[in-house]
Design a protein around this ligand. Structure first.
Ligand code: ADP
Ligand code: ZN
Length: 526
């Protein structure tokens, strides 16, 4: 049995897909599913998850039903399959009833190898009854982490997929994802009733990607200098959070001779399609995008991924950086991150709709992201550890290459926190980080004069640190939970339950020494 299914799989691989051998766990996964077993597959982006269900769908009799939330990609996926002679189709909300009827007819007559279905279709009883009238080779549940309520990408429709096991007990199911912490992995197993499945967990390490995180200054200049000095003429993706940032950054890069284009959901679909096509076809195009760009794009030679705003979760960051260097050649994941990112994201969480549990979840995601940014040890060890995988310091990330010194920041922390306490007494007032730093450094601004803050006992007691260094202290205290942003929408800083022990001198505060910001100071004025 195994012998014949293995050779059938290999035959399909070369005949249909034109490859000579399987990679990593592919062969084992495929054998197992062809034999009728359930599987949970955790593999990083680019490892080749699709073949894990495409090949068994072709080898087993019947149609492979692929459940994917990426409706926008279904058309392309189906076209790619058709191009190699696989009989594929999809069912989703973008179709009219005639198109749908045609696909349904093909399925019922056994003329489809693969049928891509949007998850919300499967919560319909009518869809399930329709599927029952044909022969199903397997169910592939792609982006399976969407079933996790704790995850960063929860889709309620995924919960209904648990029913597949009861309704089709003999049809093998394979759940796949490129992003799963141990907790998410457990949730996938439990919620999709995959208790008897075999688990295939590949290493999430991408050794050819160098991870680096710099303190944020004039971020566009930093980005330009990064691209010019290390990736001139290379293809890359730059991620920013807002459309405005994306537009401005693309323009700035273009004005400075980089072949850069913006990409976000606000642009016309045709413009987006053209941008994407240029990125795939031409060499050295840099796309500046919101997170809407990159899913399902298979470009092997993306040499760098840059984040100019802090991503909302480690899962998201890891997925996005994973788009670099799929060809295995050296690539860079570069990020700039600063105090404002923390303040802004805390504020967005406070203002986000949804219940307390939801906001706690967002907060936990942000905290994990901050821990990665502020770590004084290997970035890769931190990243892989987040996904439950142990590793040794990598030698290929910024903290391995230039180990950051840590320093005893207890006294500056005390100075800062006691200023926060003093300002907090002026109940109705709202003072953000900038004003705090002005007080500590004894800078006479209009606001200082207006509020008489030059008479505070902490006025001018912090001249030992530069403004930039103070902002670093504020940011790190926020990241360590020793300082918090009030939910008043103004970014007012407040102390936390843990601040007391610092003020009382019972707790030592270790801080990461920031590198000098070479890029922005060299490029001078403006
Ligand atoms: P994932 O879904 O895990 O991100 P894909 O399934 O899109 O990855 O595969 C990534 C790329 O690797 C695709 O271009 C695919 O054709 C290629 N690939 C996958 N498996 C193999 C293999 N065994 N041999 C050669 N190329 C492969
Ligand atoms: Zn490292």
């Amino acid at each position: 049995m195994t012998q014949t299914s293995a050779s059938a799989a290999l035959d399909t691989l070369s005949r249909v897909f034109g490859y000579d051998s399987f990679r990593g766990d592919q062969a084992e996964v495929i054998d197992h599913v062809i034999a009728g077993g359930d599987a949970v597959v955790l593999m990083p982006t680019g490892a080749g998850k699709s073949l894990c269900y495409q090949v068994p769908s072709l080898v087993r009799s019947g149609t492979g039903v692929v459940i994917s939330p990426l409706i926008a990609l279904m058309h392309d996926q189906v076209e790619a399959m058709k191009a190699v002679g696989v009989r594929a189709a999809f069912l989703n909300s973008t179709q009219d009833s005639a198109e749908r009827a045609e696909v349904e007819q093909a399925y019922l007559s056994g003329e489809l190898d693969l049928l891509y279905v949007a998850p919300e279709r499967l919560s319909n009883e009518s869809t399930k009854r329709f599927l029952e009238n044909g022969e199903i080779a397997l169910f592939a549940i792609d982006e399976a982490h969407c079933v996790s309520q704790w995850g960063h990408d929860f889709r309620p429709d995924y919960l209904a997929l648990a029913e597949l096991a009861e309704r089709w007990p003999t049809v093998p199911r394979i759940a796949l994802t490129a992003t799963a912490t141990e907790a998410t992995h457990k949730e996938i197993t439990q919620r999709l009733s995959l208790g008897d499945a075999r688990h295939f967990v590949a290493s999430f390490d991408r050794p050819n990607i160098q991870y680096r995180i710099d303190p944020k200054g004039e971020v566009r200049k930093q980005l330009l200098s990064f691209i010019r000095s290390e990736h001139q003429g290379d293809a890359g993706i730059v991620y920013g959070l807002s459309r405005n940032t994306v537009e401005k950054t693309a323009q700035f890069l273009a004005e400075n001779g980089i072949d850069a284009m913006p990409y976000h959901a606000g642009l016309d679909a045709r413009v987006r399609a053209r941008t994407q096509a240029r990125f795939l076809r031409d060499e050295g195009v840099v796309i500046v995008a919101t997170i809407a760009f990159g899913m399902g794009i298979d470009k092997p030679d993306v040499r760098f991924v840059a984040h100019i705003d802090l991503p909302k979760s480690v899962e998201g960051y890891y997925q996005e950086t994973g788009r670099a260097g799929r060809d295995g050649l050296p690539s860079t994941a570069w990020m700039a991150y600063g105090l404002n990112d923390v303040v802004q994201q805390r504020r967005m969480i406070d203002e986000s709709p949804g219940d307390l549990a939801h906001r706690r979840r967002l907060s936990a995601h942000l905290d994990a992201m901050l821990a990665l940014c502020e770590t004084v040890s290997c970035r890769r060890v931190n990243l892989l550890g987040y996904f439950g995988q142990k590793s040794d310091p990598c030698g290929n990330c910024d903290t391995c290459i230039t180990p950051p010194e840590s320093w005893d920041g207890t006294i500056p922390a005390q100075k800062l926190l006691s200023t926060v306490v003093r300002l907090d007494r002026e109940r109705n007032q709202r003072f953000g980080a900038g004003h705090l730093v002005d007080i500590l450094r004894g800078k006479r601004t209009d606001r200082v004069g207006q509020w008489g803050h030059d008479s505070l006992t902490t006025w001018g007691i912090g001249t030992e640190l530069s403004e930039q260094q103070w902002r670093g202290v504020v940011r790190q205290l926020l990241a360590q939970g020793l300082l918090a942003v009030n939910d008043d929408g103004y970014g007012t800083l407040v102390i936390t339950p843990d601040s007391g022990s610092v003020l009382a001198g019972e707790r030592v505060v270790q801080l990461r020494r920031e590198p000098e910001r070479v890029a922005s100071s060299r490029s001078g004025g403006g």
